[in-house]
Ligand binder design. Structure first.
Ligand code: HEM
Length: 160
């Protein structure tokens, strides 16, 4: 129903715009994620204090990821690869875009959100760096894995 509604309001232009936005935002998410993982690892090893910059980076990462979630959710209802038919699970492409992509990315988004929210309660810098490092690394692995599974390319988008 939602798909029909969105496609009714607009069409291919909306889909293409959303896909490009979502596709481009991946670079922002991945870049911030790599910086957060690297910075928390250095902070942990060198026993550095958890600074304002570390806080800001986890916040920016969470905001970028939540925008990505929002765009992904709208895209979900306009993408021709998201289908709810009898053959959805039999076809690896429709199964990936209908179930696997959103499921894996949602788990990654939960970890990124927890990396920000759960560290706020901690007082010790080492514990904060450790928490951010573990949560963000899991998220990074999940996101990279999901993009590899899509066959669309991590750095350069590959379109069929
Ligand atoms: C960190 C979160 C996410 C990242 C990094 C991400 C990344 C990507 C990438 C790289 C693509 C391929 C774009 C291209 O072909 O150029 C894509 C497509 C897509 N994503 Fe996500 N995504 C995320 C979250 C989500 C979520 C949560 C949903 C759904 C609820 C979603 C739904 C979709 C859909 C429907 C497509 C389009 C398939 C198509 O029509 O070609 N994404 N995403």
């Amino acid at each position: 129903m939602f798909r029909g509604l969105f496609l009714g309001i607009n069409n291919k232009t909306m889909y293409t715009g959303l896909l490009h936005t979502h596709s481009s935002l991946r670079y922002v998410v991945l870049l911030l994620l790599v910086i957060v993982v690297a910075k928390s690892m250095v902070g942990l090893i060198s026993k550095k204090p958890f600074e304002k910059t570390d806080e800001k980076l986890t916040l920016w990462l969470m905001i970028a990821t939540h925008i990505q979630l929002l765009v992904g959710l709208i895209l979900y209802f306009v993408s021709p690869y998201v289908q709810f038919g009898a053959n959805t699970m039999k076809d690896s492409i429709t199964r990936y875009w209908t179930v696997e992509h959103s499921f894996i990315m949602l788990i990654a988004i939960v970890f990124i959100t927890l990396a920000r929210t759960s560290t706020k309660k901690l007082t010790d810098s080492k514990a904060k760096h450790k928490r951010v490092f573990i949560m963000s690394t899991i998220a990074l692995v999940l996101i990279v894995m999901a993009i590899i599974m899509s066959g669309r390319g991590i750095i350069i988008p590959v379109r069929a």
